[in-house]
Design a protein around this ligand. Structure first.
Ligand code: HEM
Length: 134
């Protein structure tokens, strides 16, 4: 698949999902009815490149967050966030009983969403959580 920067935003929709066509005619499962605004699609592989204290991305509920600047601010400490650097952290995030305020705090660090085929929650028939944020 071509780099997302080269993707022309020609989107078409089917019953269950939307797709974006890049210059080479390849189809990416990136723009779904669950996508928000002008966000980027970021794969788990790309997330995995950002796995250390100077460049730390994590995934919570299919959304990608750059928490590099938050490491020292995190009330739960930087070490625990670094354990999930470059990785999926939804279960850990949920399991540590974060407040609604913590959920809202995620927005500050939002940089993109996983492609549809890599999502667990935000996809048709995805795993439903009562408190999954919009
Ligand atoms: C961008 C992602 C995250 C944000 C914005 C965030 C935010 C917060 C906030 C605001 C608190 C204070 C308590 C509350 O309001 O719930 C907190 C506490 C905590 N967080 Fe996170 N958190 C994030 C990711 C994580 C992850 C991935 C873990 C992994 C287990 C984690 C573990 C904890 C723990 C254990 C505490 C409790 C600290 C204590 O009470 O001593 N957090 N977090």
């Amino acid at each position: 698949m071509a780099k997302l920067s080269s993707i022309i935003s020609v989107a078409f929709y089917s019953n269950t999902m939307a797709a974006t066509v890049d210059i080479g005619g390849n189809i990416a499962e990136d723009a779904s009815p669950f996508a928000v605004g002008n966000d980027r699609t970021i794969t788990l592989e790309e997330v995995s490149w950002h796995d250390h204290a100077k460049d730390c991305w994590i995934v919570v509920y299919d959304r990608v967050y750059d928490v590099t600047e938050f490491l020292e601010e995190h009330p739960g400490g930087s070490d625990i966030l670094l354990e999930y650097a470059g990785r999926e952290a939804s279960v850990a995030f949920r399991g540590s009983g974060h407040s609604a305020q913590a959920l809202r705090a995620l927005d500050r660090f939002f940089i993109g969403e996983l492609p549809l085929h890599e999502r667990i929650f935000r996809k048709p028939g995805g795993y439903r959580l009562s408190d999954l944020p919009e």
